[in-house]
Design a protein around this ligand. Structure first.
Ligand code: ATP
Length: 207
């Protein structure tokens, strides 16, 4: 098993690159998806959130009222930390389980963990990555894509970028940088080259 950590700022193109890698044969584990799974009805995560934030945070059908929770933590950093202290360990555990399951299913699998908060995953003691790939696009391009493709205003898009870790913080962790400022084809060429490199590295390790 060869484990790639894939990260990048908001709207940098992480999902686009993950999809390209999936098409080439990688197993993708998506941290955003895991973050939704750990707060499904019946999970210890959702029970802990209800205990911390009150039963009002649940909708009538027992699911999490995300907008209400979002409104609370947006304006209250202490409660945001409380929430993260519930969800982040649960996501870490689930990611470890899924990575182990992928390796058990196919010992030569190339697994991509798509994780916006990669620095936190590393600090939290996730299994170590064989390679960290950072998807990069300049801020103007990302703002433009958020405005055109997601209907955000310039101010909203800019705020989302500044609320995150900086490019420099992410790049400090990078073994490989994929530049997604250009066309999708230009990105695909970089992803194909990355795939060849990773396949060779994985093949060299097999007995
Ligand atoms: P988020 O951080 O919000 O999860 P992301 O980093 O996964 O975003 P994507 O969803 O892959 O980013 O890309 C953001 C938007 O830009 C998408 O609508 C995508 O289709 C588009 N996009 C990605 N790469 C390119 C490109 N090279 N040229 C044009 N559009 C692109």
């Amino acid at each position: 098993m060869y484990l790639i950590g894939l990260t990048g700022g908001i709207a940098s193109g992480k999902s686009t690159v993950a999809k390209m890698l999936a098409d080439l044969g990688a197993v993708i584990i998506d941290a955003d998806q895991l973050a939704r799974e750990v707060v499904q009805p019946g999970t210890p995560g959702l029970a802990a959130i209800a205990a911390e934030f009150g039963g009002d945070i649940l909708l009538a059908d027992g699911t999490l009222n995300r907008p209400a929770l979002g409104a609370i933590i947006f304006s209250d950093p202490i409660r945001r930390t409380l929430l993260n202290n519930i969800t982040h360990p649960a996501v870490r555990q689930l990611s470890r389980d899924q990575i182990a399951a992928a390796a058990a299913a196919d010992p030569s699998a190339i697994v991509v963990y798509d994780v916006p908060l990669l620095a936190e995953a590393v600090a939290g003691g996730l299994v170590s990555f064989d390679l960290v790939v950072v998807v990069q696009a300049d801020a103007d391009t990302r703002i433009q894509r958020m405005m055109e493709l997601r209907g955000l205003t310039r101010a909203e898009a800019t705020h989302r970028i500044t609320a995150q870790a900086s490019d420099a913080e992410r790049l400090a962790l990078a073994d490989v940088v994929i530049d997604n400022t250009g066309t999708v084809d230009a990105t695909l060429a970089q992803v194909n080259a990355l795939w060849e490199r990773v396949r060779s590295a994985e093949a060299a390790r097999l007995p």
